[in-house]
Design a protein around this ligand. Structure first.
Ligand code: FAD
Length: 445
């Protein structure tokens, strides 16, 4: 029986070749062939999908641009992928309300550009910002380098438009920074990875666009010298808008095999530090910063213009894809620890029984620990290594994911390592919002 026959307002893909790209995202996880891929063009399609999924017992897997790194949008048994790329809607900026409304299908780069065109700023900047969709960033609560100053996606969402199990569209929240009429269901949907329903759009909070940037390359001779810096800077009132790093192994790979711009990168290890406060390029600000950094700042380079700044960021943004191309079997994790525990984390990592290399968001303690030999490691051994890594992060007051989420990739670890009370509460909420279990089955919990 064709469970999608006559589905209104939708493009439907069913042939093997069209379905193939939807079996994966940017994680190491692979899905099973879905029943079909549906690209809805309006609420009628979603309403009907929800009705048929409940009646016929199949699951609905929401998908944005498929750049996720946790296997959240890959199909599980007997599911239909609901791809939001053709969902309609316009981007609308309201400078008076300092907000922007957009459909889930909007590319994040267009959301950021629409804000900028009005002199406004939407800070969330996952390094995939040129390729991911707004809906995916809402569902994963994405956060990139700017998170160390501006927080993650959830801090910038005023209201969420969603279609839930009742098949109806609802708006949770209002277009104002102040709203306190009961617990926020909108915030519950942010970071829910598609397990509670479909997010079809949102209204986002904006702030005036920063106009002044101090972008610094900070090479160090002993890489451990970087580890106390995020805490020291924040403790002294310097809050970078980004603080990224490459450990010695990642830097060596970039220098040896990366693009031209990466081959000249200095140091044993390297940090990219950026400030965007008004006055951050003034002598007084930079002198204060240098005083605080002390001898660590010996090789400091400051980007002198926008082109140099873009060059530095281009290298940072290509690092994930570059490492994946060089080590296709690697597993990349995204654990997080409080910035004051970074040194303890790396001491603990040294004691663990496996080689790894790291880069990422040092400023907020969110570290991409890469196990390059994962592809050649016996699966049970790899699982033990990952569990040791997660336990180490959690023991230092951190978490097993700082930004990518749980999806399929970290589900078992999440269930094993979380407070049982938290899992029970999440399951109770899931049962209340999705009693038939149709939304993204098998993910997260
Ligand atoms: C090179 C690279 C760099 C990256 N850097 C970062 C980074 O710095 N920070 C970061 O946070 N992430 C990063 N990511 C991961 C990823 O890009 C983000 O998680 C992004 O938000 C996913 O968006 P997407 O549109 O591709 O979502 P998908 O991958 O399509 O989906 C992700 C999850 O959201 C759900 N979902 C998607 N759309 C909807 C919807 N409309 N309604 C309900 N649920 C939905 C899916 O079911 C899935 O669980 C990176 C990925 C790559 C490849």
């Amino acid at each position: 029986m064709d469970v999608l026959a006559g589905l209104p307002e939708a493009t439907i893909l069913r042939d093997f070749e069209s379905l193939e790209p939807f079996l994966r995202d940017e994680s190491h996880v692979r899905g099973v062939p879905p029943l079909a891929v549906v690209k809805p063009h309006g609420p009628k399609a979603l309403r009907e999908l929800v009705r048929r999924a409940k009646a016929e017992g199949f699951g609905l897997v929401p998908r944005g641009a498929g750049t996720g790194k946790a296997g959240g949008c890959v199909p599980t048994e007997r599911t239909v992928i609901v791809d939001f790329s053709e969902w309609p809607g316009d981007l609308r900026v309201s400078p008076q309300d300092l907000c922007l409304s957009a459909p889930a299908s909007a590319p994040l780069r267009e959301v950021k550009a629409a804000a900028e065109a009005e002199g406004l700023f939407y800070p969330p900047d996952p390094n995939s910002w040129e390729s991911c969709a707004l809906g995916g960033t809402l569902a994963t609560n994405a956060g990139g380098p700017n998170a160390c100053k501006y927080g993650m996606t959830r801090h910038w969402v005023l209201s969420v438009d969603a279609l839930l199990e009742d098949g109806e569209l609802h708006t949770f929240g209002i277009h104002s920074v102040k709203a306190n009429a009961g617990p926020s269901l909108g915030q519950l949907l942010i970071g829910s990875e598609g397990i509670f329903g479909f997010i079809v759009g949102a209204t986002l909070r904006l702030t005036p666009l920063p106009r002044e940037f101090a972008t610094l390359l900070l090479p160090v001779k002993r890489w451990e010298d970087l580890l106390d810096l995020p805490g020291r800077l924040c403790g002294a009132g310097f809050l970078p808008s980004a603080f990224e790093f490459f450990d010695p192994a990642v830097l060596a790979e970039l220098r040896a095999h990366g693009p031209e711009a990466a081959r000249r990168l200095p140091g044993e290890a390297l940090a990219i530090l950026e400030f965007d406060d008004r006055g951050c390029t003034s002598e007084a600000f930079l002198e204060g910063l240098l005083d605080l950094l002390g001898p660590v700042a010996d090789g400091l380079e400051i980007a002198s213009d926008a082109r140099q700044r873009q060059g530095i960021w281009a290298v940072r943004r290509m690092t994930s894809a570059f490492l994946k191309e060089r080590h296709p079997g690697k597993v990349s994790e995204d654990i997080v620890v409080p910035r004051s525990r970074l040194r303890e984390f790396f001491e603990g990592l040294d004691r663990l029984d496996f080689p790894s290399i790291s880069y990422g968001h040092l400023g907020d303690g969110n570290l991409h620990v890469n196990l390059l030999a994962a592809g050649e490691t016996e699966p049970a051994r790899l699982e033990r290594q990952l569990m040791d890594l997660f336990r180490l992060s959690i023991s230092l007051g951190g978490a097993l994911s700082g930004e990518h989420g749980i999806g399929l990739a970290k589900r078992d670890a999440f269930l094993a390592l979380s407070d049982p009370g938290q899992i029970a509460a999440l399951r109770a909420i899931k049962q209340a919002l999705d009693s038939c279990g149709i939304f993204n089955p098998g993910k997260v919990i």
